[in-house]
Design a protein around this ligand. Structure first.
Ligand code: 5AD
Ligand code: SF4
Length: 471
C-alpha cells in the first residue's frame, strides 16, 4: 500500500467542526446510500470514551450505522491508550486479528486513533507489520478525520496524521448515548510531566475550551435529559490558566452548578498541586456538585513523590484532605496509586500503605508501574524485583479492600439518593450510583431508570452496596 501523509495546515486555537460539513457530505455521497456499519472500540480513560463518542458522531453524520460487531463492520477504529504497556499490546493483538476479516471484506477500513497512534514508534511498527491498517490519526487529528476517510475511500491509500497542534475543537457531532450521564471535556493536554507518564508527550500542552462552549454543551445535554455531568481534563484544576484565568475551574464549576436540569456534577482528574481553596469552597456550597473527590496520590513516599515530579509531599496532600473534609464531612475520596515505580523500596511502599490508612479512601485505582520509553523514569534502575512488586500490589489491594468494606459498612441504615443507571445482570435488580459514585443495587423495575431515587442501604459489600427503595 502506498502512503500519503495528509498535511493539516491550520495551526490555531479553535477549529469549528462545522467547517468539515462539506467533506462529511462528500463521504456520505461516496457511500451511495448503501448501509455501511462502523465500530469504534475504546481503550483507556474517560477522555478516550468522550473522544470515541465524537468519532461515532462524525461517522453517523457521514452516513454510517454504528455496530458492536467486528464481522459486520465496514469501518473499525481502535481509539487507543498508551499509558501502560498492557493496553498497547492488547491493541496490537486486536489489530493483528483483523487481518483475516479485511481479507474477507477488502472494502473494510481500519483506523487507529488516540494516544498510541501519536507515537512515532507505533507508526513505524504499523508501517512494518500491519499493512492492513488504512489510517493512523494522532491525538490532535480529529478535525482531519473526514478528509482522511475520504482519501482512504477514494485513493485507496494509507493516511497518517500525527501532527502536533494546540487546537481545540468545537461543535463536533457527538454520539451521546441517550443515557442519564455524560462526559464533557473541558480541556486537553497536560503540562505536568510526571516522570513515569507518557500523556504530556502524546496529548500536548494544556489548552482549555472556552467557558461559553462548555456551558453551552452542558445546557444542551441537560435539555436532552442528562442528569449527571463529569467534567474531564488531565488536570481540571488548571482549567483556564492558558486563557489567563486564576480561578477558572472554580468559576466554571459555579456556572455549571446553575444549569437547570443538571442534578449531579463530578470532575476528574484533580492534581493535588493545583487544587485551590476556592474549588473546595465552591464544591461545599454548591447545590449539585457531588461531595466526591478523585485526588491522585500515586505514592505515599516523599522521596518517590519528588522523583515522580509530583510537586507535593505527604504533608501538603494531607492538608488538602483535611481542609476538604472540614468543609464536607461526608466527602468521599478516591485516588490513583502506582506500585513499583523504579526506585520504590519496601519503606517507600509502606509509606503508601500508611497514607491509605490515614486518608481512608473510598476506593483506589491501582496500577503496577509500566515503563514508557522516552519518559525520565524509563532510565531509572529498579530497586525491587517483579515478584516483590507483584506481592506489594496484592498487599495494597488487601489493605484497601478492608478500608472500603469498613467505610461501606458505615452506610448501612442510611437513606441515600441514587441515580438509577439501568437493570443489573441480576433479574429484577436495578443498578445505580450514590453521590460518592458507589454502586448501589436494589430491587425495582425499568420505570426508575434515569431517575434519582431514595434508597435505604441494607447491606454493605466491599465493592457495592445493597439497598431497598424507601416508601
Ligand atoms: N505506569 C503505571 N501507571 C501509570 N499511570 C500513568 N502512567 C503510568 C505508568 N507509566 C497511572 C497514574 C495516573 C493514571 C491515569 O494512570 O496513576 O494517575
Ligand atoms: Fe500524566 Fe502527571 Fe499529566 Fe496526570 S498530571 S496526565 S499523571 S503527567
Amino acid at each position: 500500500m502506498s502512503v500519503v501523509n495528509v498535511l493539516f495546515l491550520v495551526i490555531c486555537m479553535t477549529i469549528d467542526f462545522k467547517e468539515q460539513e462539506i467533506i462529511m457530505e462528500r463521504v456520505k455521497a461516496l457511500l451511495k446510500g448503501e448501509e455501511r456499519f462502523a465500530l469504534v472500540e475504546t481503550y483507556g480513560c474517560q477522555q478516550n470514551v468522550n473522544d470515541s463518542q465524537k468519532y461515532e458522531g462524525i461517522l453517523q453524520k457521514m452516513g454510517y450505522t454504528l455496530t458492536d460487531d467486528r464481522e459486520k463492520a465496514d469501518f473499525i477504529m481502535f481509539n487507543t491508550c498508551a499509558v501502560r504497556d498492557r493496553a498497547e499490546k492488547k491493541v496490537l493483538g486486536n489489530i493483528g486479528a483483523l487481518k483475516h476479516l479485511k481479507a474477507k471484506k477488502p472494502r473494510m477500513v481500519i483506523a487507529i486513533a488516540g494516544c498510541m497512534s501519536q507515537q512515532e514508534s507505533v507508526e513505524k511498527k504499523i508501517r512494518a507489520s500491519y499493512p492492513h491498517v488504512d489510517m493512523i490519526l494522532g491525538t490532535r487529528a480529529m478535525a482531519d478525520f473526514p478528509r482522511a476517510l475520504e482519501a482512504v475511500l477514494v485513493e485507496k491509500k494509507r493516511v497518517i496524521n500525527r501532527e502536533e497542534n494546540d487546537c481545540v475543537l468545537e461543535n463536533v457531532p457527538t454520539n451521546y448515548d441517550g443515557g442519564c450521564k455524560a462526559f464533557v471535556s473541558i480541556m486537553y493536554g497536560c503540562n505536568n510531566f510526571c516522570t513515569y507518564c507518557i500523556v504530556p508527550y502524546v496529548r500536548g500542552r494544556e489548552r482549555s475550551r472556552s467557558m461559553e462552549a462548555v456551558i453551552e454543551e452542558c445546557t444542551l445535554l441537560a435539555k436532552r435529559g442528562v442528569k449527571e455531568i463529569t467534567l474531564l481534563g488531565q488536570n481540571v484544576n488548571s482549567y483556564g490558566k492558558d486563557m489567563g484565568m486564576t480561578e477558572g475551574f472554580a468559576t466554571l464549576l459555579g456556572e455549571v452548578d446553575k444549569i437547570d436540569g443538571i442534578e449531579r456534577i463530578r470532575f476528574m482528574s484533580s492534581h493535588p498541586k493545583d487544587i485551590s481553596d476556592e474549588v473546595l469552597s465552591v464544591m461545599a456550597n454548591s447545590k449539585h456538585i457531588c461531595h466526591q473527590l478523585h485526588l491522585p496520590l500515586q505514592s505515599g513516599s516523599d522521596k518517590l513523590l519528588k522523583e515522580m515530579n509530583r510537586v507535593y509531599n505527604r504533608e501538603k496532600y494531607l492538608s488538602i484532605v483535611d481542609k476538604a473534609k472540614k468543609l464536607m464531612p461526608d466527602l468521599a475520596i478516591t485516588t490513583d496509586i502506582i506500585v513499583g515505580f523504579p526506585t520504590e523500596t519496601e519503606e517507600d511502599f509502606e509509606d503508601t500503605l500508611d497514607m491509605l490508612k490515614t486518608v481512608k479512601y473510598d476506593s483506589i485505582f491501582s496500577f503496577i508501574y509500566s515503563k514508557r520509553e522516552g519518559t525520565p523514569a524509563a532510565k531509572m534502575e529498579f530497586a525491587a524485583t517483579e515478584e516483590e512488586i507483584r506481592a506489594r500490589f496484592d498487599r495494597l489491594l488487601s489493605v484497601q479492600n478492608d478500608i472500603s468494606y469498613e467505610l461501606n459498612k458505615k452506610c448501612e441504615g442510611e437513606v441515600q439518593e441514587v441515580l438509577v443507571e439501568g437493570m443489573s445482570k441480576e433479574e429484577g435488580i436495578l443498578t445505580s450510583r450514590n453521590y460518592a459514585n458507589k454502586i448501589v443495587n436494589f430491587k425495582g423495575d425499568e420505570s426508575l431508570v434515569g431517575k434519582i431515587v431514595k434508597v435505604k442501604i441494607t447491606r454493605a459489600q466491599t465493592w457495592i452496596l445493597i439497598g431497598e427503595v424507601c416508601g
